[in-house]
Design a protein around this ligand. Structure first.
Ligand code: BG6
Length: 478
């Protein structure tokens, strides 16, 4: 049997985000964030994709799954125990900004929030697990959204700076791996969660979106510089949603169209954060969409100085593009659109499954940037069934992960520098795009359902034992 090779010290583990696991949405003086006002069910995806969201809670109409989530807030020791049993080397999580600065614009950090993450990091270290922390994962303080207009407002950069310096200072001896903004490029299609504002009309989106991006790039560079100063041995990365774009056919017009889509979606943010410059292709795009950025003196120098150490990225799917497409061809459910790829199968939610696309992504990113890469999200959202004897036989998840891990090993042989793999949703949690619990990714089943019912009991799935073995053999036995 073929043995797959991974480097010594490869960071095997799992990934989560505070808003999707913690719950305790009013505990420890936490303030409300964007995820707290997103309802569960089909409504959520419509909100994320369409203009005009009001950022209010309508309890009479909807259930809000992130409020309790899977109660990691109270059960983190038990959950980390499961991760340790699987042999995790790394655990990716985010800090909820609103636990540290409940409204976002306070001058002093909230001690209860800081103490909570001290507890989590101490527990991880007790088991030899390295925390990998995202500074902002779709959970901006709601107050900054409502009172300041989200990232459109330059003042938010100052609030973010205060937040990141507070946590770097507090956790400087506990966290070495950091990432700035989760899937920063996703705001090009879903601005609400990442940029903290809802576009009112489709045609008005360009100027505010790219101005908000400029503020995030400045904030990201401030964070990178502060991280290096405060924690000298730290590594801080960007985090991109990477979905390689394929041309539907060899018609040069389609090839060019696919290239442009790839430049804008996959490379624009990464170019700024990794190379420290706005890429040349974006200048034409700005001109054609009448975008004129307000850039303050010193911003471009700061962006140049604050480049990231590694590239973290999520990989779930590829995307196939054609210049002129019909509705019938569209890849329904594929998170970021495109047309249906006839060579690929899709998940129950319509996300196209393409392991070779991960190898392609790793090669593309490494060719372009020559920086260490870290796959910080990848996984299969699926319906799981608990059998009468209590087993959960998620062989489909094992197949999915095995194929993607093989693809990573091929990319390493291709010469790519890959430092780790934290599969998404190592424990079942609230889905980001649909707010469902039934879209499960975990190795650990959580008894919690779309209507909010469930005991929150944790159970090991078949994939739990499989992944444990993968880690124990450093990926040799898949
Ligand atoms: C990524 C996000 O886009 O995909 C996660 O960073 C999210 O927050 C994950 O949960 C899977 O998406 P979903 O919608 O299936 O939860």
């Amino acid at each position: 049997m073929r043995k797959y090779q991974f480097p010594e010290g490869f960071l095997w583990g799992g990934a989560t985000a505070a808003n999707q696991i913690e719950g305790g949405f009013y505990e420890g003086n936490k303030g409300l964030n964007i995820a707290d006002v997103l309802p569960g069910g089909k409504e959520r995806y419509k909100i994320l994709m369409n203009p005009g969201f009001d950022f209010k809670i309508h309890r009479d109409q909807y259930y809000y799954p992130n409020h309790e989530a899977i109660d990691f807030y109270h059960r983190y020791k038990e959950d980390i125990g499961f991760f340790a049993e699987m042999g995790f080397k790394a655990f990716r999580m985010s800090i909820a900004w609103t636990r540290i600065f409940p409204n976002g614009d306070e001058l002093e950090a909230n001690e209860e929030g800081l103490a909570f993450y001290d507890g989590v990091f101490d527990e991880l270290h007790k088991h030899g697990i390295q925390p990998v922390v995202t500074l902002s994962h779709y959970e901006m303080p709601l107050h900054l959204v409502k009172e300041y207009g989200g990232w459109r407002n330059r003042q938010v950069v100052t609030f973010f700076e205060r937040y990141v310096k507070a946590i770097f200072n507090r956790y400087k001896n506990k966290v070495k791996f950091w990432m700035t903004f989760n899937e920063i490029n996703s705001s090009l299609v879903m601005p609400i969660q990442g940029l903290g504002f809802s576009i009112q009309k489709e045609e008005d989106k360009y100027q505010p979106t790219f101005q908000a991006y400029h503020h995030q790039f400045v904030a990201s560079s401030i964070a990178v510089k502060a991280c290096h100063e405060i924690i000298p041995n730290s590594k801080i990365g960007c985090m991109i949603l990477f979905a390689p774009v394929y041309s539907f056919d060899c018609n040069p017009e389609n090839v060019m169209y696919a290239l442009q889509e790839e430049q804008l979606f996959n490379y624009f943010c990464a170019d700024v954060q990794v190379r420290g410059e706005y890429p040349s292709f974006i200048k034409r795009y700005f001109k054609e969409h009448h975008i004129e950025l307000e850039i303050q003196e010193g911003d471009l120098e700061l962006i140049k100085e604050g480049t990231v150490d590694y590239i973290g990225f999520s990989y779930y799917m590829s995307r196939t593009e054609k210049k002129v497409k019909t509705d019938a061809e569209s890849a329904q459910g594929n998170l970021i659109g495109g047309i249906r790829n006839p060579f690929l199968k899709a998940s129950d939610w319509g996300w196209e499954i393409d392991p070779e696309g991960l190898r392609i992504s790793l090669n593309k990113l490494y060719d372009r940037y020559q920086k260490p890469l870290f796959v910080v999200e990848n996984g299969l959202g699926a319906y799981d069934k608990v059998e009468e004897d209590g087993t959960i036989n998620d062989t489909y998840r094992i197949d999915y992960l095995r194929d993607h891990i093989k693809a990573m090993s091929e990319a390493i042989e291709d010469g790519v520098e890959l430092i780790g793999y934290t599969s998404w949703g190592c424990i079942d949690m609230v889905s980001m795009s649909t707010g469902e619990f039934s879209k499960r990714y975990g190795f650990i089943y959580v008894d919690k359902h779309d209507d909010g019912s469930g005991s929150l009991k944790r159970m090991r799935k078949k994939s739990f034992f499989w992944y444990k073995d993968v880690i124990a053999t450093n990926g040799e036995r898949l």
